[in-house]
Design a protein around this ligand. Structure first.
Ligand code: KG4
Ligand code: ZN
Length: 347
């Protein structure tokens, strides 16, 4: 059994393949980050056009690398939301074309569920922890999903059963990384840039407040973004002007203080929520889960076992969509040619 996964919800054209046991068979990602970086964020029309240009070659490359033919595939899984409408349409139409010409099932995948299922993929450098093998009411899992558009604490009581118990009230964590990076003159995407700059920080000049929103499992990141903007105004380089550009030591100090604050809140509240719901383990997924400090802090502070997929399965990829498609298919969740995009789909 082989499942093809197609992902075009944002600015990555990605194709992956898993087998019936969840082993990664292929993983090809055509990133548009460089194209969008000169605009400081994603331009939706450019993103959808680029998907059109990349989808065919990305798929061929996935099959060539895995030494497979289209005819070897049993199921086509595709992201149908949430995401950018014009981007989602490219992947969904391509998947419909493949499924109908190969006469095999089409399975629609929620991108957010895809991120979570990344933690169940098996490959050379990663395999799920024992606590993930059987998820049920006695063996619950707390997932922290942190991406460019989402920051959610999701309680899993079964495979395919997701309950949001906390979420951001304003910006997503990744969005905060991207916006703060832009304010302090770093490139898009901001997460990896802020991580890189914060590693250069030598002394602690800045500190930013932590937003705990006591008594809830929710998050808020707009306050810290405002704190960075206010600090940047004080230093004279925001709003951007030609005379003053932030020096590298300022960029690194702000990056470090911002990252510390965001990571502290995410880690503390995730562990607290996992305890509150008597979970057996914690799963960290989504693009921001690529952050080294977040990974290290969660691993070292949690008394529960923590499972984090490798970095290339945390950021958008097609393998996670294939994995989610496999799980949906096994549970009888199959779509048909009437499947439409849902840009605001929730979990
Ligand atoms: O999951 P993803 O690839 O796309 C969405 O579905 O949003 O997440 C992208 C987000 C971006 O905001 C990016 O800045 C952030 O993940 N990101 C990181 C890191 N790598 C990517 N944030 C913090 N540290 C990183 N190393
Ligand atoms: Zn994503």
């Amino acid at each position: 059994m082989l499942v093809l996964g197609i992902e075009t919800s944002c600015d990555e054209t990605a194709v992956g393949i898993v087998d019936g046991q969840g082993n990664q068979i292929a993983n090809i990602v055509a990133s548009q980050a460089e194209i969008h970086s000169k605009y400081g964020g994603i331009i939706p029309e450019i993103a959808s056009r680029q998907h059109i240009l990349d989808i065919g070659n990305t798929t061929s490359l996935a099959f060539n690398n895995a030494n497979l033919d289209l005819g070897d595939i049993d199921v086509v899984a595709v992201t149908y939301g949430p995401g950018l409408a014009g981007s989602l349409i490219v992947g969904l139409n391509y998947a419909k074309g493949l499924a109908s010409s190969l006469d095999i099932p089409l399975v629609g995948v929620n991108h957010l569920e895809g991120h979570i299922y990344a933690a169940w993929i098996k490959n050379k450098s990663y395999s799920p922890m024992p606590f993930q093998e059987q998820v049920n009411k006695e063996n619950k899992i707390m997932c922290l999903l942190v991406s460019g558009g989402h920051t959610e604490l999701i309680l899993m009581e079964d495979i395919g059963e997701f309950n949001i118990i906390g979420e951001t009230r304003d910006d997503a964590a990744g969005e905060a990384f991207d916006k703060v990076a832009r304010v302090i003159g770093l490139n898009y995407p901001g997460g990896p840039e802020i991580q890189r700059m914060s590693e250069l920080a030598t002394e602690k000049i800045d500190t930013f407040p932590r937003s705990w929103i006591a008594g809830t499992d929710d998050f808020s990141f707009s306050g810290i973004k405002t704190a960075v903007i206010n600090r940047s105004k004080e230093l004279g380089f925001y709003p951007p002007n030609k005379k003053i550009f932030p020096k590298e030591d300022i960029q690194s100090s702000i990056s470090r203080a911002f990252q510390d604050s965001v990571v502290d809140v995410l880690v503390t509240k995730t562990i607290r929520a996992a305890d509150k719901f008597n979970c057996k383990g914690i799963v960290l997924v989504g693009g921001v889960a690529a952050n080294k400090v977040l990974r290290d802090q969660l691993l070292s502070n949690s008394h529960l076992p923590v499972s984090i997929p490798p970095i290339n399965l945390c950021t958008d990829n097609g393998v996670m969509i294939a994995m989610a498609g496999l799980n949906n298919f096994k549970r009888g969740k199959v779509s048909d040619m009437s499947l439409d995009i849902l840009p605001s789909l929730r979990i």
